[in-house]
Design a binder for this molecule. Structure first.
Ligand code: SF4
Length: 299
């Protein structure tokens, strides 16, 4: 694997593109989350696949799937990001978070489990946190069972975050947005609740807020227990695929209040709600989603 470009704002987020010996490309990101400094929290977001076979309507990673990234390829992305940002190859930060959430559906790549173990072994002196974000394909039940074993051994006591990306409570709409057979809400609720141990973070249910896409907090409550799940609301990132599919974000700069009715409705159902907007500059940088590779391919 070799790094072929890095761009962005080193004080906020950088998107890196790498290519393997077969010419397959992936992107990975390193970023901070203001107001926290890099010394307080530093995030690396790695790709688990070259492209993605799922092809979600809102994500530019889909459409051009060229295979899975192996364990070494995932660890290489982390190592490379550390090398770019810290002189001695050791991340000096109170919270070093690695998210398996860039290009690729992690639950379709078993080697993510080995990469999670490798990550802990590679940075034994550092406070490593990890997260896996999945749309919940049917096969993810077995993956999450094994993930739980890795979490118990290497990321106990709140160092691990599991996220299900749901986006709509209308099943037909959901399968249009994420065109793969997924776990039912009931199955997801069972898998998620079973994943948690005392002291663990709650499992996140992510909804990106899109104009006209139905989200019913009562339906969510019918299946998911607020004791085990929290709600994360995010904007729709300005990807090419979202634009082609005619999807428009409900919240954007100076229009964040559009999320308030959802926040209130989820809170009424007993959920904790996190509105995660990030920095709008990241849209320009392309560090929010699978935007960047498409952008450089179009040049
Ligand atoms: S959102 Fe995730 S699962 Fe869907 S196409 Fe993008 S990378 Fe794949």
């Amino acid at each position: 694997m070799r790094l072929i470009s890095s761009s962005g704002n080193p004080d906020l987020a950088m998107v890196h593109v790498a290519e393997d010996e077969d010419g397959r490309r992936l992107e990975f990101v390193d970023s901070i989350q203001p107001p926290r400094t890099r010394g307080e929290k530093w995030v690396v977001i790695v790709s688990t696949m070259f492209g993605c076979p799922v092809g979600c309507q809102m994500c530019d990673a889909g459409g051009d799937f060229q295979g899975k990234v192996d364990t070494e390829g995932m660890l290489w992305q982390v190592r490379q990001a550390v090398k770019e940002r810290f002189d001695n190859g050791s991340p000096r930060t109170d919270m070093f978070k690695v998210q398996f959430a860039r290009m690729g559906e992690p639950a379709l790549n078993e080697e993510v489990l080995d990469a999670l173990v490798g990550l802990r072994n590679e940075y034994p002196e550092t406070s490593v946190y990890a997260s896996v974000s999945t749309v919940g394909p049917v096969v993810s039940r077995a993956f999450i069972d094994r993930l739980k074993g890795v979490r118990d051994e290497h990321y106990a006591n709140g160092r691990f975050q599991l996220q299900f990306s749901i986006h709509s409570t209308d099943l037909d709409v959901r399968s249009r947005l994420c065109p793969i057979r997924t776990l039912s809400f009931e199955e997801m609720a069972g898998v998620g609740a079973g994943f948690r141990e005392p002291g663990d973070k709650r499992v996140t249910l992510n909804f990106c807020l899109i104009e006209g896409i139905p989200i019913d907090p009562e339906v969510v409550r019918r299946h998911f227990d607020p004791e085990h799940f929290l709600i994360k609301l995010t904007p729709l990132n300005p990807t090419d695929r979202a634009r082609s599919a005619g999807l428009r974000t409900l919240i954007e700069k100076d229009r964040e209040e559009a999320a308030q009715s959802y926040i209130d409705a989820f809170r009424e159902q007993g959920f904790d709600v996190l509105l995660s907007i990030g920095e709008y500059e990241e849209n320009r940088i392309g560090s929010n989603c699978g935007q960047y590779l498409g952008r450089i391919a179009a040049r």
